[in-house]
Design a protein around this ligand. Structure first.
Ligand SMILES: Nc1nc2c(c(=O)[nH]1)N[C@H]1C(S)=C(S)[C@@H](COP(=O)(O)O)O[C@H]1N2
Ligand SMILES: [Mo]
Length: 207
Protein backbone atom coordinates (compact mmCIF):
# COMPACT_ATOMS: atom_id res chain seq x y z
CA UNK A 1 0.00 0.00 0.00
CA UNK A 2 1.25 3.47 -0.89
CA UNK A 3 0.81 6.33 1.52
CA UNK A 4 0.79 9.42 -0.69
CA UNK A 5 1.02 11.56 2.43
CA UNK A 6 4.62 10.53 3.06
CA UNK A 7 5.71 13.29 0.69
CA UNK A 8 3.90 16.01 2.63
CA UNK A 9 5.73 18.67 4.62
CA UNK A 10 5.90 17.30 8.16
CA UNK A 11 3.21 18.53 10.52
CA UNK A 12 1.11 20.32 7.92
CA UNK A 13 -1.41 18.35 5.98
CA UNK A 14 -3.81 21.19 5.25
CA UNK A 15 -3.11 23.43 2.24
CA UNK A 16 -3.70 27.18 2.60
CA UNK A 17 -7.32 28.31 2.63
CA UNK A 18 -8.70 24.80 3.27
CA UNK A 19 -11.00 23.57 6.07
CA UNK A 20 -11.07 19.97 7.36
CA UNK A 21 -14.17 17.85 6.97
CA UNK A 22 -14.86 14.32 8.18
CA UNK A 23 -17.81 13.79 5.88
CA UNK A 24 -17.22 13.28 2.18
CA UNK A 25 -19.16 15.95 0.25
CA UNK A 26 -20.58 15.18 -3.20
CA UNK A 27 -19.87 17.67 -5.98
CA UNK A 28 -20.35 17.53 -9.72
CA UNK A 29 -22.11 19.18 -12.60
CA UNK A 30 -25.31 17.58 -13.88
CA UNK A 31 -26.96 14.28 -13.02
CA UNK A 32 -25.40 11.12 -11.60
CA UNK A 33 -25.05 8.61 -14.44
CA UNK A 34 -25.87 5.02 -13.51
CA UNK A 35 -23.30 2.88 -15.28
CA UNK A 36 -23.91 -0.74 -16.17
CA UNK A 37 -20.61 -2.64 -15.80
CA UNK A 38 -21.59 -4.78 -18.80
CA UNK A 39 -21.43 -1.66 -20.96
CA UNK A 40 -18.54 0.05 -19.19
CA UNK A 41 -15.46 0.79 -21.35
CA UNK A 42 -12.20 2.60 -20.70
CA UNK A 43 -10.35 3.94 -23.73
CA UNK A 44 -6.81 5.29 -24.12
CA UNK A 45 -6.30 7.16 -27.38
CA UNK A 46 -4.58 10.13 -29.03
CA UNK A 47 -0.79 10.56 -28.87
CA UNK A 48 0.02 6.98 -27.82
CA UNK A 49 1.86 4.18 -29.63
CA UNK A 50 -0.67 1.55 -28.49
CA UNK A 51 -4.22 2.84 -28.18
CA UNK A 52 -6.52 0.34 -26.47
CA UNK A 53 -9.88 -0.19 -24.84
CA UNK A 54 -10.72 -2.20 -21.74
CA UNK A 55 -14.03 -3.74 -20.80
CA UNK A 56 -15.09 -4.43 -17.22
CA UNK A 57 -13.64 -7.96 -17.08
CA UNK A 58 -10.30 -6.87 -18.56
CA UNK A 59 -10.11 -3.96 -16.14
CA UNK A 60 -10.93 -6.19 -13.19
CA UNK A 61 -8.13 -8.57 -14.14
CA UNK A 62 -5.47 -5.83 -13.85
CA UNK A 63 -3.41 -5.54 -10.68
CA UNK A 64 -5.14 -3.37 -8.07
CA UNK A 65 -3.43 -1.41 -5.30
CA UNK A 66 -4.37 0.67 -2.26
CA UNK A 67 -3.29 4.27 -1.76
CA UNK A 68 -3.95 6.46 1.27
CA UNK A 69 -4.37 10.05 0.15
CA UNK A 70 -5.84 13.40 1.15
CA UNK A 71 -8.58 15.10 -0.87
CA UNK A 72 -8.47 18.86 -1.39
CA UNK A 73 -11.50 20.42 -3.08
CA UNK A 74 -11.24 23.88 -4.59
CA UNK A 75 -14.47 24.77 -2.72
CA UNK A 76 -12.19 24.70 0.39
CA UNK A 77 -12.90 21.38 2.07
CA UNK A 78 -10.17 18.81 2.65
CA UNK A 79 -10.65 15.21 3.79
CA UNK A 80 -7.58 13.40 5.11
CA UNK A 81 -6.51 9.74 4.92
CA UNK A 82 -8.81 8.38 2.27
CA UNK A 83 -8.02 4.77 1.45
CA UNK A 84 -8.55 4.32 -2.27
CA UNK A 85 -8.25 1.02 -4.10
CA UNK A 86 -7.94 0.67 -7.86
CA UNK A 87 -5.72 0.16 -10.87
CA UNK A 88 -2.58 2.34 -10.90
CA UNK A 89 -2.74 4.92 -13.69
CA UNK A 90 0.91 4.21 -14.46
CA UNK A 91 0.12 0.65 -15.52
CA UNK A 92 -2.40 2.06 -18.03
CA UNK A 93 0.07 4.65 -19.35
CA UNK A 94 2.88 2.11 -19.60
CA UNK A 95 0.69 -0.10 -21.75
CA UNK A 96 -0.43 2.82 -23.95
CA UNK A 97 3.11 4.18 -24.44
CA UNK A 98 2.64 7.95 -24.95
CA UNK A 99 4.55 9.27 -27.98
CA UNK A 100 7.63 11.43 -27.47
CA UNK A 101 5.56 14.53 -28.30
CA UNK A 102 2.84 13.74 -25.73
CA UNK A 103 2.63 16.37 -22.99
CA UNK A 104 -0.98 16.65 -21.79
CA UNK A 105 -3.99 14.46 -21.14
CA UNK A 106 -7.66 15.28 -21.49
CA UNK A 107 -9.46 12.95 -19.09
CA UNK A 108 -12.99 12.00 -20.16
CA UNK A 109 -15.84 11.12 -17.80
CA UNK A 110 -19.54 10.39 -18.17
CA UNK A 111 -21.89 11.91 -19.02
CA UNK A 112 -19.95 14.63 -20.83
CA UNK A 113 -17.11 15.65 -18.53
CA UNK A 114 -13.50 16.50 -19.33
CA UNK A 115 -10.55 17.74 -17.32
CA UNK A 116 -7.04 18.46 -18.59
CA UNK A 117 -3.71 17.97 -16.89
CA UNK A 118 -0.03 17.73 -17.78
CA UNK A 119 1.04 14.14 -18.55
CA UNK A 120 3.58 14.38 -15.71
CA UNK A 121 0.78 15.03 -13.20
CA UNK A 122 -1.16 11.99 -14.40
CA UNK A 123 1.91 9.75 -14.58
CA UNK A 124 2.45 9.40 -10.80
CA UNK A 125 2.47 6.22 -8.69
CA UNK A 126 -0.30 7.32 -6.28
CA UNK A 127 -2.86 8.04 -9.03
CA UNK A 128 -5.54 5.39 -9.45
CA UNK A 129 -8.49 4.40 -11.53
CA UNK A 130 -10.28 3.84 -8.25
CA UNK A 131 -13.11 1.40 -7.56
CA UNK A 132 -13.17 1.51 -3.73
CA UNK A 133 -12.99 4.12 -0.95
CA UNK A 134 -12.29 3.07 2.66
CA UNK A 135 -13.01 -0.54 1.72
CA UNK A 136 -16.40 0.07 0.11
CA UNK A 137 -17.17 0.16 -3.64
CA UNK A 138 -17.53 3.75 -4.84
CA UNK A 139 -21.17 4.81 -4.87
CA UNK A 140 -22.57 6.26 -8.10
CA UNK A 141 -22.57 9.70 -6.39
CA UNK A 142 -18.81 9.48 -5.83
CA UNK A 143 -18.07 8.31 -9.36
CA UNK A 144 -18.59 4.56 -9.21
CA UNK A 145 -17.93 2.14 -10.67
CA UNK A 146 -14.59 3.79 -11.56
CA UNK A 147 -13.23 7.27 -10.97
CA UNK A 148 -9.82 8.83 -11.36
CA UNK A 149 -7.91 9.92 -8.25
CA UNK A 150 -5.08 12.48 -8.59
CA UNK A 151 -4.64 13.45 -4.94
CA UNK A 152 -1.83 16.01 -5.32
CA UNK A 153 -4.12 18.34 -7.33
CA UNK A 154 -7.51 19.87 -6.48
CA UNK A 155 -10.15 17.20 -6.71
CA UNK A 156 -11.93 18.52 -9.80
CA UNK A 157 -9.12 16.83 -11.78
CA UNK A 158 -10.26 13.48 -10.33
CA UNK A 159 -12.92 12.70 -12.93
CA UNK A 160 -15.84 10.62 -11.70
CA UNK A 161 -17.34 7.95 -14.01
CA UNK A 162 -14.07 8.06 -15.91
CA UNK A 163 -14.21 6.69 -19.46
CA UNK A 164 -10.83 7.44 -20.99
CA UNK A 165 -7.53 9.25 -21.37
CA UNK A 166 -6.98 11.32 -24.51
CA UNK A 167 -3.23 11.91 -24.67
CA UNK A 168 -2.35 15.21 -26.37
CA UNK A 169 0.61 17.17 -27.66
CA UNK A 170 -1.08 20.52 -26.93
CA UNK A 171 -3.09 21.52 -23.88
CA UNK A 172 -6.88 21.66 -24.26
CA UNK A 173 -9.02 23.04 -21.41
CA UNK A 174 -11.56 20.69 -19.82
CA UNK A 175 -14.99 21.49 -18.42
CA UNK A 176 -14.17 23.32 -15.18
CA UNK A 177 -11.03 24.79 -16.75
CA UNK A 178 -13.25 26.35 -19.46
CA UNK A 179 -15.33 27.74 -16.63
CA UNK A 180 -12.49 29.59 -14.93
CA UNK A 181 -10.56 26.99 -12.96
CA UNK A 182 -6.80 26.69 -13.13
CA UNK A 183 -5.00 24.61 -15.75
CA UNK A 184 -2.98 22.73 -13.10
CA UNK A 185 -4.71 23.17 -9.73
CA UNK A 186 -1.95 22.66 -7.14
CA UNK A 187 -3.66 23.11 -3.75
CA UNK A 188 -0.38 24.00 -2.00
CA UNK A 189 0.06 26.94 -4.40
CA UNK A 190 -3.68 27.77 -4.27
CA UNK A 191 -3.99 27.43 -8.03
CA UNK A 192 -7.76 27.90 -7.94
CA UNK A 193 -8.43 30.19 -10.88
CA UNK A 194 -6.90 30.26 -14.36
CA UNK A 195 -4.02 32.59 -15.20
CA UNK A 196 -4.49 35.39 -17.76
CA UNK A 197 -2.63 33.42 -20.45
CA UNK A 198 -4.89 30.49 -19.80
CA UNK A 199 -8.00 32.66 -19.96
CA UNK A 200 -6.85 33.76 -23.41
CA UNK A 201 -6.30 30.18 -24.51
CA UNK A 202 -9.77 29.20 -23.33
CA UNK A 203 -11.24 31.81 -25.62
CA UNK A 204 -9.45 30.20 -28.57
CA UNK A 205 -10.98 27.65 -30.94
CA UNK A 206 -12.78 24.81 -29.14
CA UNK A 207 -12.56 21.18 -30.13
N1 LIG B 1 -17.61 13.27 -14.36
C1 LIG B 1 -17.40 14.27 -13.46
N2 LIG B 1 -16.38 14.16 -12.59
C2 LIG B 1 -16.15 15.13 -11.70
C3 LIG B 1 -16.94 16.30 -11.66
C4 LIG B 1 -18.02 16.40 -12.59
O1 LIG B 1 -18.76 17.40 -12.63
N3 LIG B 1 -18.22 15.36 -13.47
N4 LIG B 1 -16.69 17.27 -10.73
C5 LIG B 1 -15.35 17.29 -10.12
C6 LIG B 1 -15.33 18.12 -8.94
S1 LIG B 1 -15.51 19.78 -9.20
C7 LIG B 1 -15.04 17.61 -7.69
S2 LIG B 1 -14.75 18.62 -6.35
C8 LIG B 1 -14.99 16.14 -7.45
C9 LIG B 1 -15.88 15.77 -6.30
O2 LIG B 1 -15.85 14.39 -6.02
P1 LIG B 1 -16.77 13.83 -4.86
O3 LIG B 1 -18.20 14.20 -5.21
O4 LIG B 1 -16.56 12.35 -4.84
O5 LIG B 1 -16.33 14.49 -3.60
O6 LIG B 1 -15.35 15.40 -8.60
C10 LIG B 1 -14.80 15.91 -9.80
N5 LIG B 1 -15.11 14.98 -10.83
MO1 LIG C 1 -14.90 20.85 -7.23
Amino acid sequence: MTNANDQRPAGNRLPPGQILTRKWPILHYGNVPIIDPARWRFRVFGAVETPFELDWAEFGALEHREVIADIHCVTRWSRLDNRFRGVPVQSILTRARPTRAARFVLVHGAPDFTTNLPLGDLDRPENLLATHHDGVPLTPEHGGPVRLTVPHLYFWKSAKWVTGFEVLEEDVPGFWEENGYHERGDPWAEERHGSDDYLRMRRGPRR
